[in-house]
Design a protein around this ligand. Sequence first.
Ligand code: ABU
Length: 379
Amino acid sequence: MAEQRKKTVVNSWNEWDPLKHVIVGRADGTMMPAPEPAVEWDFRKDGIPVGMHGRFPKEMEDKANEQLDHFAKILKKRGIRVDRPTVFDFGQEIQTPDWKQKSSFGCMPPRDVLLTVGNEIVEATMSYRTRWFEYIVYRPLLEQYFKEDPNFRWISAPKPRLTERTYKKGFWEEYHGLSAEEKIRRGRRGEWVHTEVEPLFDAASVARFGKDLFVEHSTVTNLSGIEWLRRQFPNHRVHKVMFDEEWPCHIDATFVPLRPGLVLQNRKRSPLIKDTSDLLKKNGWEVVTCAEPAHKEKAYLSHCSIWLSMNLLVLDPKTVCVESDEKAQMEQLDKLGFEVIPVPFWDVSAFGGGLHCATADVYREGKCEDYFPKQVEGF
Ligand code: ABU
């Protein structure tokens, strides 16, 4: 007899409660994106000139899909329901009334697009033109969840126009002429390519700690985006955080909660806003510095950093999935009392990230709790 699948319930408040239902991305059809004003994809280290674009080599795509499917199998074996997105042709030209773009990106990292907060899933605005239509790959699933769960709240954040007003005029010309020190100084001041004309955020800029959401001001999430989240979640405390990095992207290779009272911190990207550390300390949270990553360089054709070493997926407060090359990271987590599940995933990096990026929560047991009863005023 065919197995009876349980009806969907959307519920997930943090990054560590027992995971029961998750979306895992796919590598199919992923594109090296065509140039656009938001970002410069630079693969010169891999012998690819700036501006070159097109579909990733089939062999790479197949290897990535093999690792993604294997990861999905590991999760299923642990009793976790796994859903997958529906791919569209990312190579087709896209357009809105405001702009045209030669292609989209792909659908490996659902974490970038979907933000689950309790019974709500928010489709993030995104801030790259190449990622504007990415929500479409998740629509069949979200439609299904909407039918099956009467309490599911499905929200699409305001689609940004991404016109010339969204990006600073002449940004890239000036940026290329800056010294390394000046780039770092500007990063510390949060001066990147986006303006504040409209709210912009990626879902992976948010780390969920129950009632407290830490949102990273970065090259993909502007201050208006953080303000939009603050107004969208009036019963939460939304904290703007920043980390010391020239071109920050997502929080999930920087500041990663592991269980109540324990956060993994990137050893190179320390918090720039002192209140972040103060809040953790005041509430008895321990911050451990991550282990040295196994890889010294980014993966071939990867836009993501070597810090995917800490882009892990917590299955419950005692169990964590870690990329299988990351022996030092696994050892550190083992010493912290976790059962560590090694998952081969390095070949997925170029398709948009690691184990956390490749997933989006649908259901974790548990409810909204206050892990920071002692607040830092104004943070
Ligand atoms: N999306 C996670 C990648 C962040 C990083 O490259 O550090």
